[in-house]
Design a protein around this ligand. Structure first.
Ligand code: PEP
Length: 252
């Protein structure tokens, strides 16, 4: 089964306008494999630069977040329609930093995932266990719960539009990346849950990325695992040459 290889760059709250412009000028002049989907997730304030530089490049971009209402008195929030106007085609949902720092519940993640699909955007749905949960042997239960909850009531045709990112929380931004075996096991758990809900042939078509201290030097090992179809990358997506090398190494 050939699945689309997906490499997401989650910039989090990094890069202002000048750094973004410098990144994009370098990135679009770098040879990046076309045998995959690359997606950048910059802060909202840089999305207009993505639109300017990435139009017709084949490189997609999207937002790290949005609010789950169409419009109105929601001071400080940004809607899906606003993101679409800026040419976004992807959004992250369920990132552990949003779940933990901003208390986003499984229910809210599910609602946002559904809303993004309805708006025609591709959600990258993030799930993952904490170190305490891993130590307590609760990884399977946690991933199963997060995946099932994000998919509540979702049709087969919508599920096929999703990409997942398995990101063990203990590996995000820590430099302590998961072993290839742990990453494979997490991604496989996600695929097994998808298969239990929608059948194997649907589950086999869905791209599942690993995220957590992915670097140009370790992506190849992850990609050699049967259920890992790409990477969601924080720190190593901030420099154009690091990220392009990572993508090209991942596609090799
Ligand atoms: C992330 O932001 O989702 C992430 C995995 O970050 P890092 O690659 O820096 O661990």
């Amino acid at each position: 089964m050939t699945r689309t290889k997906v490499f997401g760059g989650n910039w989090k709250m990094n890069h202002g306008l000048a750094e973004t412009e410098a990144f994009l000028q370098d990135f679009i002049n770098t040879k990046i494999s076309t045998d995959c989907q690359v997606v950048l997730f910059p802060p909202f304030t840089n999305l207009h630069l993505m639109q300017k530089y990435l139009k017709a490049s084949g490189i997609a971009y999207g937002a790290q977040n949005f609010y789950c209402e169409e419009k109105g008195a929601y001071t400080g929030e940004v809607s899906l329609a606003m993101l679409k106007e800026l040419g976004c085609t992807w959004v992250l949902t369920g990132h552990s930093e949003r779940r933990e720092i901003f208390q986003e519940s499984d229910e809210l993640v599910a609602k946002k995932t559904r809303m993004a699909l309805e708006a025609g955007l591709t959600p990258m749905v993030c799930i993952g266990e904490s170190l305490d949960e891993k130590k307590a042997g609760q990884t399977q239960e946690k991933l199963n719960r997060q995946v099932r909850s994000a998919l509540e009531g979702m049709s087969e045709s919508d599920v096929l539009k999703l990409t997942f990112a398995y990101e063990p929380i203990w590996a995000i931004g820590t430099g302590v990346n998961a072993s290839q075996e742990d990453a494979q096991e997490g991604c496989k758990l996600v695929r097994t849950t998808l298969a239990n809900l929608y059948g194997k042939s649907i589950a086999d078509q869905i791209s599942i990325c690993y995220g957590g201290s992915v670097k140009p030097g370790n992506i190849e090992g992850y990609m050699s695992q049967g259920d890992i179809d790409g990477g969601l990358v924080g720190g190593a997506s901030l420099k154009a040459d690091d990220f392009s090398t990572l993508v090209n190494n991942g596609v090799k």
